[in-house]
Ligand binder design. Sequence first.
Ligand code: PLP
Length: 272
Amino acid sequence: MNTIAAPHTEQPVVLTISGFDPSGGAGTIADIKTFIHFGCRPVAAITSLTFQNSHGVFGATHENAASLRAQILPIVEEFRPAAVKTGMLPTAEIVLAVAQLIREEHLLAPVIDPVLRSSSGFTLMEEDAAALLLRELMPLARVITPNIWEAEQLAGLRIENEEGMRDAASSLRDMGARAVLIKGGHLPGQKSEEPQQAIDILNDGGQVTSFRGEWIDTQGLRGTGCILSSAMAACLARGMDLEAAVRLAKQFVSETLRNASTLGQARGYAGT
Ligand code: PLP
């Protein structure tokens, strides 16, 4: 006889503070699916309702500080999240609200995925919000996870190679980050190397680790940044140290890329 499993009360609760992508490729839905894969219980607060499908992003209606607080306060009063992850934080007001909530509610240091724009070029974070992210939120984070382009914008440097990734990570640390993971999937020139490699650089408290893996073409799979940072948050919630969390999260993204199914124009995350 099939029985419905009893809820796992021991499952760590993980909170995503992110944008809602109704097509499920990125944002809150991708985060929730990832938390569940890692045996965590998802809770979520939406920063923006975006309008998109596999062709692109067509617009967004952003939440404000009051509506974000109203979502988060009841959740954190009832459950103490064992990890927090932030994704799309569209406005300065939202960034400040998140920083204030983390301080006031003594939330655990979040994994920050600095979502600046979509792959299709739609702006997901206003410029003044990015400046505040650096000043107000980054110093509160356990780790920030920019890709190459995001790291260039935030650190104000050009990144041409692995050395440049190390310099940008160190520069973001100088600007207040405790740890920085720069994702090298987009590193120029790397694709032509034999064998093709993806290099990610982690600088945690000044200790630098490089992760080398096979470079896998995303072939249009969206939300890989959301999945990686959510997997890291889930692994931290399960008690792993940051390096182990990055290793397992990267492995999960690689598996997801290999197993992704085609849905609309984009390849979709096939699920757990
Ligand atoms: N929409 C939301 C809500 C997101 O959080 C993100 C990325 O984090 C995107 C869109 C962009 O995804 P992609 O880079 O796959 O276009």
